[in-house]
Design a protein around this ligand. Structure first.
Ligand code: AMP
Length: 338
């Protein structure tokens, strides 16, 4: 192991270093590797998955490496390449390594065929309620992004190289999940990793441009949100995107949460949420994205069929009849403060 990061934030205890070695040995051992991540992918899911895949391809050119999972209505094509369609035939030969990234619970993995793998490695930063593998799991709840953790692992492996291409993907994941280096999960380690990625020659201005540029249509979506949002007594702001509204605004349910951070720097707003109806889901579903300035909202997200991180979590309700109760749970977090 050779730590190229030269910093002290991460506690590299023996167990952690052993796990880094175990992951490296697993990659060396298998000729066929498939990288999985969570459903409804975000920047970090794609970034960690594509970054690690590229790193393996660069350093082990003879291995067969695949990335699978659902595509994203706006990211795929614009930021990230299409995912692969691997046939069931491929998975019949169980002699492959599954690496599962950025997901704690098995029911959120975008492709269930990870179960066929002879060996499973998990690298993640979410609390876990339904374990994916007992054999090799690296979980760091304090790290801002799975991409930061993947980069940390890579940077600690001696004699490997980190290409510009791999660094670019990992950088998008870190920027995405750290809220552009603004969430409280951002620390010295996040910047140390970012520095190593930037040293490869990536163009961060180009990366920001492609990640955050929006179309003119988005102004109409913003106008709708600003005209319709509600604010609870103790500073929980929220907006609702019904299927009908999505159709009028020419967006899909995945994009309902895209403008959630309009509320992030407003005095008096402690928590902000979006509710997006998903008529394509098997059962009545409204996806809820929750963001918080300071307080940990992950427990409330977990209560409402979701989970996530202290300041960024996701949940689900079955209809608007549940909205007031969810908002009350969030609002109650601040009752004593005001
Ligand atoms: P979102 O609002 O969908 O962008 O999600 C914010 C964060 O919460 C991301 O890190 C997600 O991975 C996580 N998250 C969203 N939904 C869930 C869930 N059902 N279970 C666990 N984590 C979730």
């Amino acid at each position: 192991m050779s730590n190229r990061l030269n910093q002290v934030i991460v506690d590299y205890g023996k167990a952690r270093i052993d796990t880094y070695r175990k992951i490296y040995r697993a990659i060396k051992r298998y000729d066929r590797i498939v990288i999985f991540r969570h459903i409804k992918p975000d920047f970090d899911a794609f970034g960690s998955q594509l970054g690690l895949a590229q790193f393996i391809k660069d350093n082990f050119p003879n291995k067969e490496v695949h990335v699978v999972g659902d595509n994203h209505v706006s990211f795929t094509g614009r930021i990230y390449p299409e995912m692969e369609e691997l046939s069931n035939e491929f998975f019949k030969d169980r002699n492959f390594l599954a690496i599962v990234l950025d997901v704690g619970d098995h029911h959120r993995i975008a492709d269930p065929r990870y179960k066929n793998a002879k060996y499973i490695v998990k690298i993640d930063h979410h609390p876990c309620r339904a374990e994916i593998t007992k054999k090799c799991a690296l979980v760091d709840l304090d790290i801002s992004a799975a991409s930061e953790l993947v980069a940390d692992v890579i940077l600690n492996w001696k004699g490997t190289t980190l290409s510009k291409e791999a660094a670019k993907w990992l950088y998008t994941g870190i920027v995405g999940d750290s809220g552009r280096f603004m969430y409280s999960s951002t620390n010295q380690h996040t910047f140390a990793v970012a520095e190593e990625l930037i040293k490869t020659g990536i163009n961060i201005n180009e990366i920001y441009q492609v990640m955050y540029e929006k179309g003119i249509n988005n102004l109409y979506v913003t106008a709708y949100i600003l005209n319709s949002f509600k604010l609870s007594e103790h500073g929980v702001a929220y907006y609702v995107m019904s299927d009908e509204t999505q159709k009028k605004l020419n967006i899909t349910s995945e994009l309902g949460k895209e403008n959630i951070n309009l509320f992030s720097n407003i005095r008096g707003i402690n928590v902000w949420c979006s509710f997006s109806e998903d008529v394509a889901a098997k059962e009545p579903t409204w996806w809820v994205s929750i963001r918080s300035k300071k307080k940990d909202i992950s427990g409330i997200a977990a209560k409402w069929h979701g989970g996530g991180h202290a300041q960024a979590s996701g949940a689900r309700i079955s209809g608007l009849h549940e909205l007031d109760a969810l908002i009350k749970d969030l609002d109650d977090l601040f009752v004593e403060e005001n």
